[in-house]
Write a protein that binds this ligand. Sequence first.
Ligand SMILES: [Ca+2]
Length: 170
Amino acid sequence: MLISASSLLAENCQEPIVDNFDVRGFKDWKLNSSGGTITYSEGYKNQCVLINRSSFGGDDFTRIEKDLPVEAWAGKSIMIEAWVKAENIKPGKKVVYHHSGHIDFEVFNSNYQPYYPPDWGRYINTFDWKHVVYKWSIPKDAVRITVRFGLQGATGSIYFDEIKIYKCDN
Ligand SMILES: [Ca+2]
């Protein structure tokens, strides 16, 4: 669910994993791309990550990903806070199939069935920096948990900065 920043303090969450792309850059991320580019740009604060695609075929994607340790995160909630900016993002087919800029996670369960949050962050068209916060439950039987920020099945540019990933007990 998309929640307001003012409710953050009321959440039962631990100190977040923080990435502002100013010091560590992409070092802690997996760059997962079928075409497109992942570079630095002027951020909301100092530098940020810029993901761009000028073409796509089907579900082609360009994104940064981070795997979370399953033992610590399965059955918990994840809260993701970030600043996002978009330029001229044009979805390919259906936005509901991740054809847009996106913030989401991919979880595989013990049967290796993928699970995605139903209200993942979808970004199209052009907008200036905006603050977003999502909170989602992670299934107890997760065997792989990956958070993802990028473009899939779409062209355009998306910027991410000041990413915070919280583990919460509810
Ligand atoms: Ca920054």
